[in-house]
Each structure stands twice: as structure tokens, then as C-alpha cells.
Ligand binder design. Sequence first.
Ligand SMILES: Nc1ncnc2c1ncn2[C@@H]1O[C@H](COP(=O)(O)OP(=O)(O)OP(=O)(O)O)[C@@H](O)[C@H]1O
Length: 295
Amino acid sequence: MKTKIHFIVNPIAGKGNNGLSEALLKTYFPETEYSISIKKTAFVLHATALTQASIAEGAEIIVACGGDGTINEVASCLVNTSILLGILPMGSGNGLASNLKIPKNLKKALSVIKIQNVVTIDTGTINGEPFFSNTGVGFDAHVISDFEENTTRQLFSYLKSTLRTLKKYSYQTQLQIKYNGTTELVSPFLLFISNSNEMGYKMSLTPRASLQDGLLDVVIVPKLSRFKLGLFTMLFLFKKHHWLKEVRFQQLTALEIKSLENTTLKAQKDGEFFVPKEPIIKLAIRPKNLNVCVL
Ligand SMILES: Nc1ncnc2c1ncn2[C@@H]1O[C@H](COP(=O)(O)OP(=O)(O)OP(=O)(O)O)[C@@H](O)[C@H]1O
């Protein structure tokens, strides 16, 4: 029996020129042993529809070719199944791939899929919808909202969006957060929840996070003075933001966030803008329910 591998390719992820061709795939996965299919996405959420079709076609490995957004759309269909997720990192940040040590080099990443060495990782949920890398309802969500107006998806565009968001960001949103039987009121600059220890571009707000510890790593940063914000940014770039006493970390299995104004919050999910349907956001971890090909 030939192994069925389906490649779901996002042609606009990262710089957009990914170098993946059928000829290259055939050198790694010869027709005598493998049955290969390449599918290109044409719009947002198309990867999910293509993955569902691949599952119905009996694919045993489904490879997300793109960044965290593409992985989210593909992997959402693979949780709690025995189908393996492969990753060819072709996005801008590639946070999850980097945490999993999947090489950015296309040929090396193809070898990883061929070896079929598998780890089972945790996945997070936000109001029941899976996320794999991170989510957030603070400054990061506003940056992503601005970023999606850009025509290019590269580091420079993230930097531009960060600066634009810094100028207009307001801290008016009063949130009630509940975890481990505790209720708190916060009005945070940042409320970031991560499964992975990397956000992309080798940057991390949650360096202690593990994809296999059954925990969500939560970072809460209150409103900061301009000086403290500058300091926080500098420390963050060197992964030393924990030096600031205002920065709080929690490792949790569940968290509830409620807008006191009863408005729906802006959020980001794996780097894509997301507006939860209700003013209450429920976050949870689902331990070890996704099989991923790694080195
Ligand atoms: N043909 C298409 N045209 C426009 N958008 C698309 C197309 N195909 C997929 N998308 C959308 O592109 C978005 C970005 O994809 P992805 O996150 O993989 O790349 P990236 O943002 O460059 O990488 P990263 O998240 O690692 O920074 C996803 O939300 C996906 O739904």
C-alpha cells in the first residue's frame, strides 16, 4: 500500500515564493511508494476545506505548507485523529515550526516528513476553537488587526503595525479574568496565552512554555508608563521581560476572560485576527491530541 501524503499549500504565506514543486516532491516521495497530492489555497479557511477533503480521500499525512495561520486551518481538522500533521515552514514568523525545531530549509523539512518521527502535542482552545501556537486579547490582537491591512506579510510589516498600534492603543477595556478559583479585574496592555515557546522570528513572551506539559502559559502586562513600555520592549527582545515586576506569568489549564462592558473583544488566534462571538472568552488546554512529524 502506498502512503498517502497531501500537501496543503498557502501561496501567499511569507514571501510567497515557496519553491515547492511536484517534481521536487517526487524525488523525496517516489510514486512506487507514495501517493501524493498538492492542493493550493485560494482564500481564508480554504485550507480547512481542503484538509477535510483530504481526510475523506484517506490521506495519512497532511502537510501544512505555510505559517501558523495555515497550520491552524489544517491542524484544526486533525486533532484527536491518527492522521499525522506535517509542516513545511513557509510563513513569515513560523512560530510553531520553530518551537518544534522543524527546519526552514525546504529540503530538510521534507526529510523530516519522510522520516515520520512523531510527537504528540497539546492544543489550546478559545471558545472551543483550536489554537496551536498562541492567542491573545490585548496589544498583540490590535497589532494583528492592523497587520492584516498590509499587502506584505514580513517582519517589516509587523514592525510598522506595532508602531502604528502603539500610537493609537487604548487601555480602556476592563476585563474580569477567572482562573483556579480566583477572580480579578484587569485592564491590561497585554493578555497573551501561549501553548508554544515561540511567537515567530525567534521571539518569545513565554520561553518556559512547552507543547507537551498540559498547560497554557499566560502573560499579563498592565498599563505601563512610556518609560516602562520602552524598557519592557528592550527586555522582551532579549527574553528578559520577566525582570520587570509588572509582568506576571501563570501556567494554567483553563482561563475565562470577560469584558465588563459586555462588548466582544478583539483577539488573535495563531497570528490571525479573530473576533470571538461572545463577550466571554473561555480558554482551555487539550493535552496531547495532535500527532506531528518532527526531527
Ligand atoms: N490564496 C489566498 N489568498 C489570501 N489569503 C490566503 C490565501 N490562502 C490562504 N490565505 C490566508 O493567509 C493567511 C496567512 O497565512 P499564514 O499564517 O500561513 O502565513 P504568514 O502569516 O505569512 O505566516 P506566520 O503566521 O507564520 O507569520 C491565513 O489566514 C490564510 O487563511
